[in-house]
Design a protein around this ligand. Structure first.
Ligand code: GLN
Length: 549
Protein backbone atom coordinates (compact mmCIF):
# COMPACT_ATOMS: atom_id res chain seq x y z
CA UNK A 1 0.00 0.00 0.00
CA UNK A 2 2.95 2.35 0.48
CA UNK A 3 3.83 4.74 -2.28
CA UNK A 4 7.56 5.36 -2.06
CA UNK A 5 7.63 8.09 -4.71
CA UNK A 6 5.01 10.27 -3.11
CA UNK A 7 5.72 13.54 -1.34
CA UNK A 8 3.31 14.86 1.26
CA UNK A 9 2.15 18.35 2.10
CA UNK A 10 0.31 18.90 5.38
CA UNK A 11 -1.75 22.03 5.84
CA UNK A 12 -2.85 23.18 9.26
CA UNK A 13 -4.49 26.39 10.38
CA UNK A 14 -3.95 28.76 13.26
CA UNK A 15 -5.85 31.58 14.98
CA UNK A 16 -9.20 31.17 13.19
CA UNK A 17 -10.90 28.65 10.99
CA UNK A 18 -12.56 29.74 7.81
CA UNK A 19 -9.67 31.86 6.54
CA UNK A 20 -9.15 29.87 3.39
CA UNK A 21 -6.89 27.06 4.49
CA UNK A 22 -8.56 24.66 2.06
CA UNK A 23 -8.34 27.09 -0.84
CA UNK A 24 -4.68 27.80 -0.03
CA UNK A 25 -3.97 24.07 0.07
CA UNK A 26 -5.85 23.51 -3.18
CA UNK A 27 -4.03 26.43 -4.80
CA UNK A 28 -0.66 24.94 -3.91
CA UNK A 29 -1.99 21.73 -5.42
CA UNK A 30 -3.09 23.51 -8.59
CA UNK A 31 0.40 25.01 -9.00
CA UNK A 32 2.07 21.63 -8.55
CA UNK A 33 -0.37 20.07 -10.97
CA UNK A 34 0.50 22.81 -13.46
CA UNK A 35 4.13 21.73 -13.05
CA UNK A 36 3.09 18.32 -14.34
CA UNK A 37 2.60 16.30 -11.15
CA UNK A 38 -0.24 14.02 -10.25
CA UNK A 39 -1.62 15.74 -7.17
CA UNK A 40 -4.35 14.46 -4.87
CA UNK A 41 -5.87 15.86 -1.70
CA UNK A 42 -7.40 14.65 1.50
CA UNK A 43 -9.22 16.29 4.37
CA UNK A 44 -8.83 15.10 7.93
CA UNK A 45 -11.74 16.49 9.89
CA UNK A 46 -11.83 16.25 13.67
CA UNK A 47 -15.66 16.02 13.83
CA UNK A 48 -17.02 12.99 15.61
CA UNK A 49 -19.48 12.44 12.79
CA UNK A 50 -18.87 9.31 10.77
CA UNK A 51 -19.75 10.99 7.49
CA UNK A 52 -21.32 14.24 6.32
CA UNK A 53 -24.54 12.71 5.01
CA UNK A 54 -26.66 13.74 7.95
CA UNK A 55 -25.18 17.20 8.49
CA UNK A 56 -27.52 20.13 8.02
CA UNK A 57 -26.61 21.88 4.76
CA UNK A 58 -27.44 25.34 6.14
CA UNK A 59 -24.88 24.96 8.87
CA UNK A 60 -22.26 23.08 6.88
CA UNK A 61 -22.84 23.99 3.30
CA UNK A 62 -23.47 21.51 0.56
CA UNK A 63 -23.08 17.78 0.95
CA UNK A 64 -20.62 16.73 -1.69
CA UNK A 65 -20.65 13.19 -3.10
CA UNK A 66 -17.57 11.35 -4.28
CA UNK A 67 -17.61 9.04 -7.31
CA UNK A 68 -17.55 6.03 -5.01
CA UNK A 69 -20.57 7.25 -3.12
CA UNK A 70 -19.32 8.91 0.04
CA UNK A 71 -21.20 11.92 1.34
CA UNK A 72 -18.69 14.53 2.40
CA UNK A 73 -18.48 18.24 3.02
CA UNK A 74 -17.88 20.90 0.45
CA UNK A 75 -14.10 21.05 0.82
CA UNK A 76 -13.77 18.04 -1.43
CA UNK A 77 -15.69 19.96 -4.05
CA UNK A 78 -13.03 22.69 -3.89
CA UNK A 79 -10.30 20.07 -4.24
CA UNK A 80 -11.96 18.62 -7.33
CA UNK A 81 -12.49 22.04 -8.86
CA UNK A 82 -8.92 23.18 -8.25
CA UNK A 83 -7.15 19.97 -9.14
CA UNK A 84 -9.57 18.41 -11.61
CA UNK A 85 -9.29 14.97 -10.07
CA UNK A 86 -11.91 12.71 -8.55
CA UNK A 87 -11.88 12.47 -4.78
CA UNK A 88 -12.87 9.18 -3.20
CA UNK A 89 -13.76 7.63 0.12
CA UNK A 90 -10.08 7.91 0.97
CA UNK A 91 -10.13 11.68 0.50
CA UNK A 92 -12.08 12.34 3.70
CA UNK A 93 -11.12 11.11 7.12
CA UNK A 94 -13.43 12.10 9.95
CA UNK A 95 -12.55 11.36 13.56
CA UNK A 96 -15.87 9.56 13.91
CA UNK A 97 -14.96 7.08 11.18
CA UNK A 98 -11.55 6.43 12.76
CA UNK A 99 -13.06 5.82 16.21
CA UNK A 100 -15.78 3.67 14.69
CA UNK A 101 -13.26 1.50 12.88
CA UNK A 102 -11.09 1.16 15.98
CA UNK A 103 -14.00 0.31 18.25
CA UNK A 104 -15.39 -2.21 15.79
CA UNK A 105 -11.98 -3.83 15.53
CA UNK A 106 -11.68 -3.88 19.29
CA UNK A 107 -15.15 -5.46 19.66
CA UNK A 108 -14.20 -8.11 17.15
CA UNK A 109 -11.14 -8.99 19.22
CA UNK A 110 -8.79 -7.45 16.67
CA UNK A 111 -6.45 -6.05 19.30
CA UNK A 112 -6.00 -9.38 21.11
CA UNK A 113 -6.71 -7.96 24.56
CA UNK A 114 -4.32 -4.97 24.29
CA UNK A 115 -5.39 -1.53 25.45
CA UNK A 116 -6.48 0.63 22.56
CA UNK A 117 -5.18 4.19 22.65
CA UNK A 118 -5.20 7.48 20.76
CA UNK A 119 -1.45 7.03 20.31
CA UNK A 120 -0.52 4.76 18.59
CA UNK A 121 -3.82 3.25 17.43
CA UNK A 122 -5.73 6.32 16.32
CA UNK A 123 -2.61 7.99 14.92
CA UNK A 124 -1.48 4.86 13.08
CA UNK A 125 -4.87 4.40 11.49
CA UNK A 126 -4.79 8.03 10.32
CA UNK A 127 -1.33 7.43 8.81
CA UNK A 128 -2.67 4.35 7.03
CA UNK A 129 -5.58 6.38 5.65
CA UNK A 130 -3.12 8.97 4.35
CA UNK A 131 -1.03 6.28 2.72
CA UNK A 132 -4.11 4.74 1.14
CA UNK A 133 -5.31 8.05 -0.20
CA UNK A 134 -1.96 8.70 -1.86
CA UNK A 135 -1.24 5.39 -3.56
CA UNK A 136 -1.30 6.76 -7.09
CA UNK A 137 -0.03 10.26 -6.44
CA UNK A 138 3.20 12.13 -6.97
CA UNK A 139 2.17 14.66 -4.37
CA UNK A 140 -0.53 14.24 -1.77
CA UNK A 141 -1.88 17.20 0.19
CA UNK A 142 -3.56 16.68 3.54
CA UNK A 143 -5.63 19.45 5.07
CA UNK A 144 -6.32 19.21 8.79
CA UNK A 145 -9.68 20.77 9.65
CA UNK A 146 -10.11 23.25 12.50
CA UNK A 147 -7.38 25.30 14.15
CA UNK A 148 -4.26 24.35 16.01
CA UNK A 149 -4.97 23.72 19.68
CA UNK A 150 -8.52 22.37 19.21
CA UNK A 151 -8.87 19.40 21.56
CA UNK A 152 -10.37 17.17 18.95
CA UNK A 153 -7.74 17.99 16.33
CA UNK A 154 -4.74 16.95 18.42
CA UNK A 155 -4.60 13.27 17.43
CA UNK A 156 -4.45 14.33 13.78
CA UNK A 157 -1.61 16.76 14.47
CA UNK A 158 0.28 13.99 16.22
CA UNK A 159 -0.45 11.67 13.29
CA UNK A 160 0.99 14.04 10.72
CA UNK A 161 4.05 14.62 12.88
CA UNK A 162 4.56 10.88 13.11
CA UNK A 163 4.00 10.50 9.41
CA UNK A 164 7.40 12.05 8.75
CA UNK A 165 8.96 9.05 10.51
CA UNK A 166 7.31 6.75 8.00
CA UNK A 167 8.31 8.51 4.81
CA UNK A 168 11.22 10.74 5.86
CA UNK A 169 11.07 14.38 6.86
CA UNK A 170 12.41 15.52 3.48
CA UNK A 171 9.32 14.02 1.85
CA UNK A 172 7.00 16.09 4.02
CA UNK A 173 6.23 19.77 3.76
CA UNK A 174 4.30 21.41 6.58
CA UNK A 175 2.28 24.49 5.77
CA UNK A 176 0.57 26.57 8.41
CA UNK A 177 -2.07 29.13 7.47
CA UNK A 178 -2.45 31.76 10.16
CA UNK A 179 -4.60 34.84 10.40
CA UNK A 180 -3.29 38.26 11.30
CA UNK A 181 -6.13 40.62 12.20
CA UNK A 182 -6.13 44.35 11.54
CA UNK A 183 -7.27 46.21 14.63
CA UNK A 184 -9.04 49.31 13.47
CA UNK A 185 -9.00 51.19 16.76
CA UNK A 186 -5.21 51.11 16.95
CA UNK A 187 -4.78 51.00 13.19
CA UNK A 188 -2.36 48.09 13.23
CA UNK A 189 -1.94 44.45 12.38
CA UNK A 190 -1.58 42.15 15.37
CA UNK A 191 0.78 39.22 15.00
CA UNK A 192 0.49 37.87 18.52
CA UNK A 193 -2.30 35.32 17.87
CA UNK A 194 -0.31 33.99 14.90
CA UNK A 195 2.85 33.77 17.01
CA UNK A 196 0.93 31.84 19.66
CA UNK A 197 -0.57 29.50 17.10
CA UNK A 198 2.89 28.75 15.73
CA UNK A 199 4.18 28.27 19.25
CA UNK A 200 1.40 25.74 19.85
CA UNK A 201 2.29 23.94 16.66
CA UNK A 202 5.94 23.89 17.67
CA UNK A 203 4.85 22.46 21.01
CA UNK A 204 3.34 19.55 19.12
CA UNK A 205 6.63 18.98 17.34
CA UNK A 206 5.95 20.62 14.02
CA UNK A 207 7.96 23.54 12.71
CA UNK A 208 6.32 24.57 9.46
CA UNK A 209 8.25 24.90 6.21
CA UNK A 210 5.85 27.54 4.97
CA UNK A 211 3.70 29.97 6.93
CA UNK A 212 0.95 31.67 4.99
CA UNK A 213 -0.10 34.88 6.67
CA UNK A 214 -3.69 35.69 5.81
CA UNK A 215 -4.60 39.35 6.12
CA UNK A 216 -7.37 41.61 4.98
CA UNK A 217 -5.07 43.81 2.90
CA UNK A 218 -1.42 43.28 1.85
CA UNK A 219 0.72 43.38 4.99
CA UNK A 220 4.27 44.16 3.91
CA UNK A 221 7.42 42.22 4.68
CA UNK A 222 7.96 43.61 8.18
CA UNK A 223 4.98 41.68 9.55
CA UNK A 224 6.14 38.44 7.91
CA UNK A 225 9.68 38.95 9.21
CA UNK A 226 8.35 39.58 12.69
CA UNK A 227 6.35 36.34 12.66
CA UNK A 228 9.40 34.52 11.30
CA UNK A 229 11.69 35.92 14.00
CA UNK A 230 9.35 35.02 16.82
CA UNK A 231 8.62 31.58 15.49
CA UNK A 232 12.04 30.32 14.51
CA UNK A 233 11.21 30.12 10.84
CA UNK A 234 13.32 31.61 8.02
CA UNK A 235 11.87 34.91 6.79
CA UNK A 236 11.56 33.74 3.21
CA UNK A 237 9.24 30.94 4.34
CA UNK A 238 6.66 33.37 5.72
CA UNK A 239 4.39 34.60 2.96
CA UNK A 240 1.53 37.04 2.88
CA UNK A 241 -1.78 36.11 1.29
CA UNK A 242 -4.18 39.05 1.52
CA UNK A 243 -7.93 38.70 0.87
CA UNK A 244 -8.80 38.50 -2.76
CA UNK A 245 -12.03 38.76 -4.68
CA UNK A 246 -12.19 35.38 -6.37
CA UNK A 247 -10.91 32.12 -4.94
CA UNK A 248 -9.68 31.25 -8.41
CA UNK A 249 -7.13 34.04 -8.18
CA UNK A 250 -5.59 32.52 -5.05
CA UNK A 251 -3.18 30.32 -7.06
CA UNK A 252 -1.80 33.54 -8.60
CA UNK A 253 -1.56 35.16 -5.21
CA UNK A 254 0.27 32.11 -3.90
CA UNK A 255 2.66 32.28 -6.84
CA UNK A 256 3.25 35.99 -6.27
CA UNK A 257 4.02 35.36 -2.61
CA UNK A 258 7.25 33.57 -3.45
CA UNK A 259 6.09 30.09 -2.50
CA UNK A 260 7.20 28.61 -5.77
CA UNK A 261 10.85 28.60 -4.82
CA UNK A 262 10.11 26.58 -1.68
CA UNK A 263 7.88 24.18 -3.61
CA UNK A 264 10.56 23.82 -6.29
CA UNK A 265 13.12 22.93 -3.65
CA UNK A 266 10.72 20.47 -2.07
CA UNK A 267 9.94 18.60 -5.28
CA UNK A 268 13.44 19.10 -6.66
CA UNK A 269 12.46 20.56 -9.98
CA UNK A 270 12.34 24.10 -11.32
CA UNK A 271 9.92 23.59 -14.21
CA UNK A 272 7.60 26.61 -14.70
CA UNK A 273 4.02 25.70 -13.90
CA UNK A 274 1.82 26.02 -16.97
CA UNK A 275 -0.93 28.26 -15.65
CA UNK A 276 -2.21 29.35 -19.08
CA UNK A 277 -5.71 27.88 -18.74
CA UNK A 278 -6.01 29.26 -15.22
CA UNK A 279 -4.95 32.65 -16.53
CA UNK A 280 -7.53 32.50 -19.28
CA UNK A 281 -10.24 31.54 -16.80
CA UNK A 282 -9.22 34.24 -14.35
CA UNK A 283 -9.27 36.83 -17.14
CA UNK A 284 -12.71 35.71 -18.26
CA UNK A 285 -14.12 35.59 -14.74
CA UNK A 286 -12.90 39.04 -13.89
CA UNK A 287 -14.30 40.57 -17.04
CA UNK A 288 -17.56 42.50 -17.32
CA UNK A 289 -19.40 41.31 -20.38
CA UNK A 290 -21.97 43.38 -22.21
CA UNK A 291 -24.64 40.76 -21.63
CA UNK A 292 -25.90 39.45 -18.28
CA UNK A 293 -28.12 36.44 -17.72
CA UNK A 294 -30.31 36.29 -14.65
CA UNK A 295 -30.58 32.75 -13.40
CA UNK A 296 -33.21 31.93 -10.81
CA UNK A 297 -32.17 29.27 -8.33
CA UNK A 298 -35.40 27.98 -6.86
CA UNK A 299 -34.50 26.56 -3.50
CA UNK A 300 -35.52 25.81 0.04
CA UNK A 301 -32.35 27.12 1.65
CA UNK A 302 -31.65 30.63 0.47
CA UNK A 303 -29.68 31.89 3.43
CA UNK A 304 -26.26 30.44 2.74
CA UNK A 305 -24.39 30.61 -0.58
CA UNK A 306 -22.44 27.49 0.27
CA UNK A 307 -25.55 25.29 0.27
CA UNK A 308 -25.48 24.94 -3.52
CA UNK A 309 -21.87 25.87 -4.12
CA UNK A 310 -21.22 23.29 -6.86
CA UNK A 311 -24.30 24.55 -8.71
CA UNK A 312 -23.41 28.22 -8.43
CA UNK A 313 -19.76 27.55 -9.33
CA UNK A 314 -20.86 25.57 -12.39
CA UNK A 315 -23.19 28.38 -13.48
CA UNK A 316 -20.57 31.09 -13.02
CA UNK A 317 -17.82 29.17 -14.78
CA UNK A 318 -20.19 28.45 -17.67
CA UNK A 319 -20.86 32.18 -17.86
CA UNK A 320 -17.16 32.94 -18.08
CA UNK A 321 -16.62 30.45 -20.92
CA UNK A 322 -19.78 31.70 -22.69
CA UNK A 323 -18.74 35.37 -22.46
CA UNK A 324 -21.68 36.42 -20.35
CA UNK A 325 -22.15 37.68 -16.79
CA UNK A 326 -24.22 35.35 -14.66
CA UNK A 327 -26.37 36.91 -12.00
CA UNK A 328 -27.82 34.37 -9.61
CA UNK A 329 -31.14 35.28 -8.13
CA UNK A 330 -32.33 33.20 -5.21
CA UNK A 331 -35.99 32.35 -5.49
CA UNK A 332 -37.48 31.14 -2.25
CA UNK A 333 -39.45 28.05 -3.21
CA UNK A 334 -41.82 28.38 -0.27
CA UNK A 335 -42.46 32.01 -1.14
CA UNK A 336 -43.59 30.97 -4.63
CA UNK A 337 -46.34 28.83 -3.19
CA UNK A 338 -48.43 31.65 -1.83
CA UNK A 339 -48.27 33.89 -4.91
CA UNK A 340 -51.05 34.25 -7.45
CA UNK A 341 -50.34 32.86 -10.92
CA UNK A 342 -49.97 36.36 -12.21
CA UNK A 343 -47.34 37.14 -9.59
CA UNK A 344 -45.48 33.92 -10.36
CA UNK A 345 -45.47 34.78 -14.05
CA UNK A 346 -44.18 38.25 -13.31
CA UNK A 347 -41.43 37.01 -11.02
CA UNK A 348 -40.20 34.19 -13.23
CA UNK A 349 -40.53 35.80 -16.63
CA UNK A 350 -37.85 38.36 -15.69
CA UNK A 351 -35.38 35.51 -15.44
CA UNK A 352 -33.32 34.20 -18.34
CA UNK A 353 -33.16 30.70 -16.93
CA UNK A 354 -34.40 28.62 -14.03
CA UNK A 355 -32.51 26.00 -12.04
CA UNK A 356 -34.20 23.72 -9.55
CA UNK A 357 -31.38 22.04 -7.62
CA UNK A 358 -31.39 18.96 -5.42
CA UNK A 359 -33.34 18.84 -2.22
CA UNK A 360 -35.07 16.71 0.35
CA UNK A 361 -38.41 16.96 2.11
CA UNK A 362 -41.75 18.58 1.38
CA UNK A 363 -40.93 22.19 2.24
CA UNK A 364 -41.24 24.46 -0.77
CA UNK A 365 -42.06 21.62 -3.09
CA UNK A 366 -45.20 23.14 -4.62
CA UNK A 367 -43.16 26.25 -5.39
CA UNK A 368 -40.59 24.17 -7.23
CA UNK A 369 -43.33 22.38 -9.18
CA UNK A 370 -44.76 25.78 -10.13
CA UNK A 371 -41.35 26.94 -11.34
CA UNK A 372 -40.92 23.83 -13.49
CA UNK A 373 -44.44 24.23 -14.90
CA UNK A 374 -43.76 27.86 -15.71
CA UNK A 375 -40.55 26.96 -17.55
CA UNK A 376 -42.29 24.19 -19.47
CA UNK A 377 -45.21 26.34 -20.54
CA UNK A 378 -43.22 29.46 -21.32
CA UNK A 379 -40.16 27.94 -22.96
CA UNK A 380 -37.88 29.35 -20.27
CA UNK A 381 -34.48 27.61 -20.17
CA UNK A 382 -34.71 25.08 -17.34
CA UNK A 383 -32.11 22.88 -15.73
CA UNK A 384 -33.38 20.34 -13.21
CA UNK A 385 -30.92 18.65 -10.88
CA UNK A 386 -32.17 15.55 -9.10
CA UNK A 387 -35.22 16.90 -7.24
CA UNK A 388 -35.38 19.37 -10.12
CA UNK A 389 -36.08 16.46 -12.44
CA UNK A 390 -38.67 14.97 -10.13
CA UNK A 391 -40.66 18.20 -9.84
CA UNK A 392 -40.52 18.62 -13.62
CA UNK A 393 -42.06 15.14 -14.03
CA UNK A 394 -44.74 16.00 -11.49
CA UNK A 395 -45.53 19.26 -13.29
CA UNK A 396 -45.78 17.43 -16.63
CA UNK A 397 -47.92 14.60 -15.21
CA UNK A 398 -50.34 17.15 -13.79
CA UNK A 399 -50.57 18.75 -17.22
CA UNK A 400 -51.00 15.31 -18.73
CA UNK A 401 -54.11 14.53 -16.71
CA UNK A 402 -53.00 13.32 -13.27
CA UNK A 403 -54.15 16.40 -11.44
CA UNK A 404 -52.87 15.19 -8.06
CA UNK A 405 -49.53 13.92 -9.32
CA UNK A 406 -46.91 14.00 -6.58
CA UNK A 407 -43.98 12.22 -5.00
CA UNK A 408 -44.17 9.59 -2.31
CA UNK A 409 -41.47 11.56 -0.48
CA UNK A 410 -43.89 14.36 0.29
CA UNK A 411 -46.31 12.15 2.13
CA UNK A 412 -48.73 12.14 -0.75
CA UNK A 413 -51.76 9.93 -0.26
CA UNK A 414 -53.34 7.64 -2.82
CA UNK A 415 -49.97 6.31 -3.79
CA UNK A 416 -51.01 4.14 -6.70
CA UNK A 417 -52.95 6.75 -8.52
CA UNK A 418 -50.77 9.78 -8.10
CA UNK A 419 -47.20 9.14 -7.08
CA UNK A 420 -45.32 9.57 -10.32
CA UNK A 421 -42.19 9.71 -8.15
CA UNK A 422 -42.01 6.74 -5.85
CA UNK A 423 -39.73 4.59 -3.85
CA UNK A 424 -38.90 1.26 -5.38
CA UNK A 425 -40.01 -1.87 -3.57
CA UNK A 426 -36.68 -2.94 -2.12
CA UNK A 427 -36.29 0.38 -0.33
CA UNK A 428 -39.77 0.94 1.05
CA UNK A 429 -39.88 1.30 4.85
CA UNK A 430 -36.28 2.40 5.28
CA UNK A 431 -36.70 5.94 3.97
CA UNK A 432 -35.73 7.73 7.15
CA UNK A 433 -32.37 6.03 7.54
CA UNK A 434 -29.17 7.24 5.98
CA UNK A 435 -28.41 3.98 4.29
CA UNK A 436 -30.89 3.61 1.46
CA UNK A 437 -29.67 6.24 -0.86
CA UNK A 438 -28.36 5.69 -4.35
CA UNK A 439 -24.99 7.36 -4.02
CA UNK A 440 -22.05 8.02 -6.29
CA UNK A 441 -21.38 7.09 -9.92
CA UNK A 442 -24.02 5.40 -12.00
CA UNK A 443 -24.06 5.03 -15.74
CA UNK A 444 -26.90 6.11 -17.99
CA UNK A 445 -27.53 5.47 -21.65
CA UNK A 446 -28.74 8.49 -23.51
CA UNK A 447 -31.53 7.99 -26.01
CA UNK A 448 -30.49 8.58 -29.61
CA UNK A 449 -31.35 11.90 -31.21
CA UNK A 450 -32.35 13.56 -27.95
CA UNK A 451 -31.02 16.99 -27.03
CA UNK A 452 -29.45 15.44 -23.97
CA UNK A 453 -27.45 13.02 -26.10
CA UNK A 454 -26.42 15.78 -28.49
CA UNK A 455 -25.13 17.94 -25.65
CA UNK A 456 -23.08 15.20 -23.97
CA UNK A 457 -21.67 14.12 -27.35
CA UNK A 458 -20.74 17.67 -28.28
CA UNK A 459 -18.48 17.91 -25.23
CA UNK A 460 -17.26 14.34 -25.53
CA UNK A 461 -18.45 13.65 -22.01
CA UNK A 462 -19.23 9.96 -22.42
CA UNK A 463 -18.51 7.06 -24.74
CA UNK A 464 -20.21 4.70 -27.19
CA UNK A 465 -21.04 1.40 -25.54
CA UNK A 466 -22.67 -1.17 -27.80
CA UNK A 467 -24.03 1.45 -30.17
CA UNK A 468 -25.40 3.66 -27.39
CA UNK A 469 -23.92 6.76 -25.84
CA UNK A 470 -23.20 6.09 -22.21
CA UNK A 471 -22.33 8.65 -19.58
CA UNK A 472 -21.53 8.49 -15.91
CA UNK A 473 -22.82 10.95 -13.34
CA UNK A 474 -22.88 11.12 -9.57
CA UNK A 475 -26.09 10.51 -7.68
CA UNK A 476 -27.58 11.17 -4.28
CA UNK A 477 -31.23 10.30 -4.12
CA UNK A 478 -33.76 7.74 -3.07
CA UNK A 479 -36.86 8.26 -5.18
CA UNK A 480 -37.40 7.35 -8.83
CA UNK A 481 -39.77 8.12 -11.68
CA UNK A 482 -42.51 5.49 -11.83
CA UNK A 483 -42.38 4.56 -15.49
CA UNK A 484 -46.01 3.53 -15.59
CA UNK A 485 -46.82 7.23 -15.68
CA UNK A 486 -44.62 8.00 -18.67
CA UNK A 487 -47.60 8.36 -21.07
CA UNK A 488 -49.09 11.14 -18.91
CA UNK A 489 -45.70 12.77 -18.38
CA UNK A 490 -45.19 12.73 -22.12
CA UNK A 491 -48.64 14.15 -22.72
CA UNK A 492 -47.63 16.95 -20.38
CA UNK A 493 -44.66 17.82 -22.59
CA UNK A 494 -41.74 15.84 -21.21
CA UNK A 495 -39.93 12.87 -22.70
CA UNK A 496 -37.36 10.51 -21.27
CA UNK A 497 -33.91 11.15 -22.75
CA UNK A 498 -31.75 8.82 -20.68
CA UNK A 499 -32.20 5.60 -18.74
CA UNK A 500 -30.08 3.43 -16.49
CA UNK A 501 -28.34 0.74 -18.60
CA UNK A 502 -30.93 -1.87 -17.52
CA UNK A 503 -33.71 0.50 -18.51
CA UNK A 504 -35.32 0.44 -15.08
CA UNK A 505 -34.56 3.98 -13.91
CA UNK A 506 -35.23 7.29 -15.58
CA UNK A 507 -31.99 9.25 -15.55
CA UNK A 508 -32.69 12.15 -17.93
CA UNK A 509 -35.71 13.93 -19.28
CA UNK A 510 -36.22 16.78 -21.68
CA UNK A 511 -39.04 18.86 -23.12
CA UNK A 512 -38.73 18.50 -26.90
CA UNK A 513 -40.70 21.68 -27.55
CA UNK A 514 -38.49 23.90 -25.39
CA UNK A 515 -35.18 25.48 -26.37
CA UNK A 516 -33.52 24.04 -23.28
CA UNK A 517 -35.48 22.07 -20.76
CA UNK A 518 -33.24 19.28 -19.53
CA UNK A 519 -33.26 17.60 -16.16
CA UNK A 520 -31.47 14.68 -14.64
CA UNK A 521 -31.81 12.42 -11.65
CA UNK A 522 -28.06 12.88 -11.19
CA UNK A 523 -25.96 15.77 -9.91
CA UNK A 524 -23.89 16.91 -12.89
CA UNK A 525 -22.70 19.89 -10.84
CA UNK A 526 -20.31 17.59 -8.98
CA UNK A 527 -18.39 16.95 -12.17
CA UNK A 528 -18.22 20.54 -13.33
CA UNK A 529 -14.82 22.22 -13.23
CA UNK A 530 -13.98 25.90 -13.52
CA UNK A 531 -11.55 25.18 -16.33
CA UNK A 532 -13.93 22.69 -17.87
CA UNK A 533 -17.57 23.31 -16.99
CA UNK A 534 -20.13 20.56 -17.33
CA UNK A 535 -21.88 20.30 -20.74
CA UNK A 536 -25.41 20.72 -19.34
CA UNK A 537 -24.44 23.91 -17.54
CA UNK A 538 -22.55 25.24 -20.56
CA UNK A 539 -25.50 24.69 -22.90
CA UNK A 540 -28.03 25.94 -20.36
CA UNK A 541 -26.17 29.24 -19.96
CA UNK A 542 -25.60 29.48 -23.69
CA UNK A 543 -29.32 29.09 -24.37
CA UNK A 544 -30.18 31.55 -21.60
CA UNK A 545 -27.74 34.02 -23.17
CA UNK A 546 -29.07 33.59 -26.68
CA UNK A 547 -32.68 33.90 -25.61
CA UNK A 548 -32.23 36.87 -23.27
CA UNK A 549 -32.99 40.36 -24.51
N1 GLN B 1 -35.34 13.96 -2.36
C1 GLN B 1 -35.19 13.36 -3.64
C2 GLN B 1 -34.82 11.89 -3.54
O1 GLN B 1 -34.39 11.45 -2.52
C3 GLN B 1 -34.17 14.11 -4.45
C4 GLN B 1 -32.80 14.08 -3.84
C5 GLN B 1 -31.89 15.14 -4.41
O2 GLN B 1 -32.35 16.09 -5.02
N2 GLN B 1 -30.61 15.01 -4.18
O3 GLN B 1 -34.95 11.17 -4.48
Amino acid sequence: MKNKKCKYIFVTGGVLSGVGKGITAASIGAILKAKGYKVTMQKCDPYLNVDAGLLNPVEHGECFVTHDGVETDLDLGHYERFLDFETSKYSITLSGSIYKELIERERAGGFHGKTVQLVPHFTNLVCEKIEKASVDSDIHIVEIGGTIGDYEGLPFIEAIRLFANRVGRRNCLYVSVVYVPFIHTSNELKTKPAQNALKDLRGFGIIPDIVCVRTEGPCGRAICEKIAAFSGIPGEAVLNLPDIESVYDVPFNVLKSGVLEILDDFVGDKREPDMSKWKEFSRRRGKKYTKTVKIGLVAKYVGNDDTYICVTEALKASGAWNNVNVEIEWVNAEGLESLTQEEVNKLLSRLDGIVVPGGFGARGIEGKIRAAKFALENDKPYLGLCLGMQVACIAAARRGGISKANSEEFGAEDADGNNVIYIMDGQRGTESTGGTMRLGDYAAKLLPKTKTEKIYKKYDFGKEVGGEYEIIERHRHRYEVNQKFLPEIEKGGIKVSGLSPDGKLVEFIEAPKCKFFVATQAHPEFKSRPLNPHPLFMEFIKTAKNSSN
